[in-house]
Design a protein around this ligand. Structure first.
Ligand code: SF4
Length: 331
């Protein structure tokens, strides 16, 4: 199934909760997501059965990769039950997490059918990391989670580090050195104007070219072909053969032309772009008793009409739009 730019539907990102135990400023700033913030109530959330039904229909439409996200997905109780329900044949089932619960959950998730994890870790410097997650969660806790995921066979494990100028850009090289010569694949992510609360400014973005220059000046590397069409990270390998890293450059080198991603929020709204301002409510028709055919044609209509390419159109006019929060639909 192709959209208006002939992009196939291949990736489904499912947010299972809008809650998180971290308050990373680029995603969920504490001053907004505070004690008064109205998170989704339990009955607003799609049940595991509802999520599985929508996912099954999307797999029949061509989805071959499902990513579980949040907020922090491991805050959703018994997530391993959902993993078991979503372990479809020939579907790559992955999860993006801040790693804080991974040391406890990695094995049970792997046993349930999860294939891989991506863990967010913005710095190895404890002061910097704790300043970024804004809840004083230590680096050691995430590294423990990484080891548990590795021991459970949830690999290749990717590590996502959002880079913000003047905050953690001085620790890029340390990160690259630390994960070089390991099985982990580190990806640096340009700070993005997701949502409408993270105070994004272009001046705070460290462009991919600068990240690459910082690394290659000390650790010579070369570009590598993508693993598949639509891969978000640009890959680079170290010339001394000790591994690779990636850079996700939504701001300076947009990749909308190959974007094959659809997102489902925890309350059952479908979004065709990370930077969308509105979505399509599939929960309503689900709970009105829609048939599989009804749901399938609902999805058809949405994807076939898709024109999104926000990152190619980004400007000072667009960054202030009332975009959906990343913590609500997952990264
Ligand atoms: S900006 Fe939207 S269309 Fe472009 S790559 Fe990101 S999610 Fe896809």
């Amino acid at each position: 199934m192709l959209d208006t730019m002939r992009r196939p539907l291949q990736d489904l990102r499912i947010s299972v909760t809008d809650r998180c135990n971290f308050r990373c400023g680029y995603c969920m700033p504490k001053e907004i997501f505070n004690r008064e913030y109205q998170f989704l109530a339990r009955d607003q959330l799609l049940s595991f059965e509802e999520i599985t039904r929508v996912a099954r229909i999307l797999v029949e439409k061509g989805v071959s990769k499902i990513r579980l996200t949040g907020g922090e997905p491991l805050l959703r109780a018994q997530l391993e039950r959902l993993v078991e329900m979503l372990a479809f044949d020939d579907v790559d089932l992955t999860l993006t997490t801040n790693g804080s619960f991974l040391s406890r959950k990695a094995q049970v998730l792997a046993d349930a059918g999860l294939t891989r994890v991506t863990v967010s870790l913005d710095s190895l410097d404890d002061d910097v990391f704790q300043a970024m997650n804004d809840v004083e969660f230590p680096v050691a806790g995430v590294l423990e989670g990484l080891e548990a995921a590795s021991a459970a066979g949830l690999g290749p494990i990717k590590i996502n580090a959002v880079v913000k100028r003047g905050v953690n850009d001085h620790t890029i090289l340390e990160m690259a050195r630390h994960f070089k010569n390991t099985s982990y694949i580190l990806r640096f992510i340009e700070f993005m104007d997701v949502g409408h609360t993270n105070g994004w400014r272009l001046d705070d973005v460290v462009p991919a070219a600068e990240i690459l220059a910082t690394i290659s000046a000390k650790l010579p590397c070369e570009p590598v072909e993508p693993n598949y069409t639509g891969e978000v990270a640009r890959r680079y390998r170290f010339l001394d053969g000790t591994g690779e890293f990636g850079i996700i450059s939504s701001v300076s080198q947009p990749f909308c032309g190959n974007c094959t991603r659809l997102r489902l929020s925890a309350e059952g709204v479908l979004y065709t772009c990370l930077f969308a301002t509105d979505g399509s409510d599939i929960r309503a028709i689900l709970r009105e008793g829609a048939s599989d055919e009804d749901l399938a044609s609902f999805v058809d209509t949405i994807w076939k009409a898709r024109t999104d390419r926000y990152s190619e159109l980004r400007s000072s006019q667009t960054s202030g739009l009332d975009k959906v929060e990343m913590s609500y639909i997952g990264g």
